[in-house]
Design a protein around this ligand. Sequence first.
Ligand code: PLP
Length: 371
Amino acid sequence: MKIPVAKPHVGYYEKKFSKDAIDNGWISSNGKYIEKFEQQLKKKLKAKNCVVCSNGTVALVMALQALGIGRGDEVLVPDVSFTATINSVINVGAKPVISEIDKETWCIDPKKIVNKITKKTKAIICVHLYGNPCEMEELIKIKKKYNLFLIEDAAESFGSKFKKKFTSTIGDIGCISFFGNKTISTGEGGCCVTNNKKFYKKLLLIRNNGIDKKKRYFSHFPGLNFKMTNVQAAIGFAQIKKLNQFIKKRKLIEKKYDEKLIEFNNIFRQKIQLEHKKVEWLYTLVIENCNINKLIKYLEKNNIETRRIFYPFHQMPIYKKYVPKKFDKKNSNYIFDNGISLPTFYDLKEVEIKKIINKIILFQKKAIHSN
Ligand SMILES: Cc1ncc(COP(=O)(O)O)c(C=O)c1O
């Protein structure tokens, strides 16, 4: 049996609640679970408002639209992320400006942002990559000084904290993904988080074709249908109740991998500040002096699925025009060339973790001998 890199956990309550939604006929976006899930999300994140939607990509589009970002505006994005981060900017008609990442945190480097700010810059999207919180204090300082909006792409960081605050609750709007490989999942799904009432009201309109509850079929904004279904929310409602359990398991997986792997002097992890709390999304390593593609193939042969780090945006031809003239590719190329994500999911067994570790160590030893 192959060990996948990620897999959602679907238990008794996920089935019970989604069956309840189906049995009662509430399979579209009306129904009690939407409200229940949003309430739970608010409570867990200690946030004022949560607006669930169809997926994390759409959450980013909704956030940009709620902040009034569109044609003629520029938005700073990190060089390394899933393509939804940059595609959302392009899809609202704005221009993404790609910014360098930090070699150690792998997140957007605040020091490299300032020289890219122009009169057209409206926002920064910071990405808490693999669950690791960005340098939020530095980013907030820049946001205030240059009067910018700050969107947190917290697609991969549900449950992570910067100091005492949950990621997604620190900037103007935070965007979460509930895709099947995330800490909690609704199959497909997403959420916008904001403590700002004005943005919250706008998000509600954007999600529902510009229509509010007061006047049916009367549109106030050319929004689209970005709603989550009641069946998805029922699954989310079951999952969020198990959040602590999920986080605990992810911590355990991280500990087990760390114990055996980081003692090698060519293996490095993302720098995680002790004052923050990182919920491991996908356990990801940088292995220097190792042919990553060969390692991936070797693990694949041994029925272990892994993943490379996301392609840096600057490497993809469609995004070349968004790379500033003076741009340092060094850090993103370094993590891309040397990075690998290992299986990380709730139902991963201890024997499977051992097998993965052993195979990596064996590969390392073979590589040393053949050099
Ligand atoms: C950093 C980042 N942003 C946005 C998204 C988009 O989320 P979704 O797949 O739910 O559309 C993802 C996807 O997983 C992601 O990793």
